[in-house]
Structure formats: C-alpha cells, structure tokens
Design a protein around this ligand. Structure first.
Ligand SMILES: CC(C)(COP(=O)(O)OP(=O)(O)OC[C@H]1O[C@@H](n2cnc3c(N)ncnc32)[C@H](O)[C@@H]1OP(=O)(O)O)[C@@H](O)C(=O)NCCC(=O)NCCS
Length: 148
C-alpha cells in the first residue's frame, strides 16, 4: 500500500489547484482569509526561496489528493498545510502519509492545530501524536502535538 503514495514538490502550474483546494477548506487554517491569485503568487515566491520548508502535493494512485508541508525547525519537523481533499478522506491516506514521513524523518514530527478542530486532533491522537502544549495567538487557541 505504502508505494501508492508519492509526494510531488509544488510547481507554478499547481498554484490554481492549491488555491482552489485551500479556499474550499479555509475553516481549517489559522489564516482563513480567501486566497487571491496575486496573494498566492507572492506566497509561492516566498516559499520557493525558503530552503527550510518543502511543500508537497500528495499523490495517490496518480491522483492529486491533498497537500502537506514539512519545515525543518531544528529539533523537529513541523507539518503544515495538512489537507486531504474531501472525497478522499477516511480512506487511510493520511495514516499512510504519516507512516512514510515518520520513517524518513530523523526528527519528531510536530504540528499545531486549531483547538476547535476536534476531528483532526482525534486523527492525530489515533496516529500516535501526543499533546505537548497549547498556545493562544490572535484570540485563537492552538494545540501542539508531537510524534516521536
Ligand atoms: C484530518 C485529515 C488530514 C485526516 O486525513 P484522512 O486521510 O481522512 O485520515 P485517515 O483516513 O488516514 O484516518 C486516520 C485515522 O483517523 C480516523 N479518522 C479519520 N477521520 C476521522 C474523523 N473525522 N473522525 C474520527 N476519526 C477519524 C480514521 O478512522 C483512521 O483511524 P483507523 O486507521 O484507526 O481507522 C483530513 O480529515 C482533513 O484533511 N481534514 C480537513 C483539514 C484538517 O483538519 N487538517 C488538519 C489541520 S492541522
């Protein structure tokens, strides 16, 4: 099963796919503003020049099914932009993604989640993450979870 998932580094031609996916799932992101074409282009330039962050499209059986980013934070790898497109959820894809990253990562995996996103928190706990703290930023409570 593991072999059916691949990670594709994002390219200019993926920006519209990413923008639409992100705008359809704004409620899960800390910055939930609508992403415009120009905002997306600026963001892409910024992350292209950041060698610490790698942004991927998750491919399952040749199909784009979601996104994830990995940022080297020194002691940990921080996961971001964790998103499986709605029709592909609850099929074990994120479990496979975490298994792969956990195997290849030399460091614990770290993630911050909106405290109100109980479903995602439940998924992380099922996948072996542990709650390590909480922080409130801009009146919003975030939980920090880590998988060693
Ligand atoms: C959270 C998310 C990434 C999980 O992806 P997924 O591919 O659907 O997860 P999986 O199918 O691999 O499920 C992993 C485990 O969690 C369970 N699970 C998945 N979704 C669940 C839900 N909504 N409620 C309860 N359990 C759930 C699965 O049953 C599975 O457990 P099992 O293997 O013991 O049966 C996906 O639901 C998503 O993209 N949500 C919206 C965006 C989001 O909240 N991102 C996180 C922001 S930090």
């Amino acid at each position: 099963m593991g072999k059916s998932i691949t990670f594709q580094r994002i390219a200019l031609e993926d920006l519209e796919y990413l923008r639409n996916l992100r705008n359809a799932n704004r409620e899960y992101f800390f910055d939930s503003d609508e992403i415009t074409v120009s905002k997306q282009k600026k963001w892409f330039k910024k992350i292209q020049n950041n060698s610490f962050i790698k942004f991927y499209i998750i491919i399952k059986n040749g199909q784009k099914v979601g996104t994830i980013s990995c940022q080297d934070m020194g002691k940990m790898w921080e996961l971001g932009n964790v998103l499986i497109d709605e029709p592909y959820r609850k099929k074990g894809i994120f479990r496979e993604v975490v298994d792969i990253l956990h195997k290849v990562s030399p460091k614990p995996l770290f993630v911050e989640v909106r405290a109100e996103n109980k479903e995602a928190i439940g998924v992380y706990l099922k996948l072996g993450f542990e709650e390590i703290g909480a922080v409130t930023i801009n009146d919003e409570r975030r939980l920090a979870l880590c998988k060693k």
